[in-house]
Ligand binder design. Structure first.
Ligand SMILES: C[S@@+](CC[C@H](N)C(=O)[O-])C[C@H]1O[C@@H](n2cnc3c(N)ncnc32)[C@H](O)[C@@H]1O
Length: 327
């Protein structure tokens, strides 16, 4: 199995200021790629890693076993950061990293249902142009990061109304053909339940009627939308930023890497608010949002991977890194 390659490794370490010794939280441990870099950056560094995917936790534990007590993994949602740190008896940390999205492991494991093969003889992964070595055409429509969760993508596809499906595909996939796709889903599921990623991918191709060569597969946006909805990926992201900043010692860093514009917009706005920028509507006579300056933003513009990194790791191509420092 190919290991997940940590995105923007040098930029991440630099913005976390990982060369000094301290305790760091890796809020999205995944395969432990970034955590390993942090642990190697200084012999005094310790990392507590969170992931809501129990399989990722096990793989990361094996990978990082050599670091002994310097590394600890917790199977949890990063939105519980406050409670988890309290439970662990930790008051403040030197840095928090959140590398949002899904890992190569999740993408490349067909039974997780994150990637798909359409009947067009074309293998594609959502949020990636990398050809998967597996044949995920018969993958179940699952997409749960936390497999103990009940709700799957199949439940949404077969259970929501046409209107609800169209709204999700439009809002989370930014897909202009959302209504046509939702209409086709409802027509197809009336004949038989839609249970595989291949079925859904083919149905989207037919709904969109897109001809010629695709740069990205026409179903990519629909898959992104369903994945976000199944995992409620955007819910509570701004609160997570506030809680992560609460946990930082003075001078501590928060680094967030996003993979699509919806996530990046929320992080950008949350950073602005935490840096004291008033978010009230311009015509409001007085500030009611309560913005107070708690951080200094270190990345005026989001940092993106260089051409070399994109060439060697195409999955990094849509990544954006933002960082701030607790004052
Ligand atoms: C892009 S991967 C992280 C890869 C990691 N930085 C590495 O280098 O191996 C994102 C990980 O975050 C996890 N994740 C996503 N949302 C989460 C959440 N709300 N709470 C905890 N983990 C989450 C996913 O399960 C996935 O394993």
């Amino acid at each position: 199995m190919e290991l997940h390659r940590p995105v923007m490794p040098r930029e991440t370490l630099e913005h976390l200021d990982a060369a000094r010794s301290g305790l760091f939280v890796d809020a999205t441990l995944g395969m432990g790629g970034h955590t390993e870099l942090i642990l190697r950056a200084s012999p005094g560094n310790c990392v507590i890693g969170f992931d809501r995917d129990a399989e990722a936790i096990e793989l990361a534990k094996q990978r990082l076993a050599e670091f002994g007590e310097r590394f600890r993994a917790v199977h949890t949602d990063y939105r519980r950061i406050k409670d988890v740190l309290r439970e662990e008896g930790i008051e403040t940390v030197a840095g928090v990293l959140a590398d949002l999205g899904i890992s190569s492991y999740q993408l490349d494991t067909p039974e997780r249902g994150f990637s798909f093969r359409s009947g067009q003889g074309f293998v594609e992964s959502p949020s990636s142009s990398v050809t998967s070595p597996n044949d995920p055409s018969a993958s179940p429509l699952d997409m749960r990061m936390d497999r103990s969760q009940k709700l799957t993508a199949a439940d949404l596809v077969n259970g929501l109304s046409e209107r609800e499906l169209a709204d999700i595909i439009f809002e989370y996939g930014e897909e202009r053909a959302s209504r046509r796709i939702a209409h086709r889903i409802v027509a197809e599921r009336a004949k038989a339940a839609i249970t595989t990623t291949g079925q859904l991918a083919d149905l989207v191709v037919r709904a969109i009627h897109q001809k010629g060569h695709w740069r990205i597969h026409p179903a990519t946006k629909t898959f992104q939308a369903l994945r976000i909805a199944v995992n409620r990926e955007l819910d509570g992201l701004d609160q997570f930023v506030a809680d992560a900043i609460d946990a930082l010692e003075p001078g501590g860093r928060l680094v967030v890497i996003t993979f699509h514009s919806l996530e990046d917009r929320i992080i950008k706005q949350a950073f602005r608010f935490q840096s004291g920028r008033c978010l009230c509507p311009p015509n409001q006579p007085e500030c009611r949002c309560g913005a107070t300056k708690r951080v200094e933003i270190l990345t005026r513009k989001a940092i993106q991977p260089g051409e070399d990194e994109i060439a060697s790791n195409p999955r990094s191509r849509s990544a954006k890194l933002r960082a701030c420092r607790r004052i």
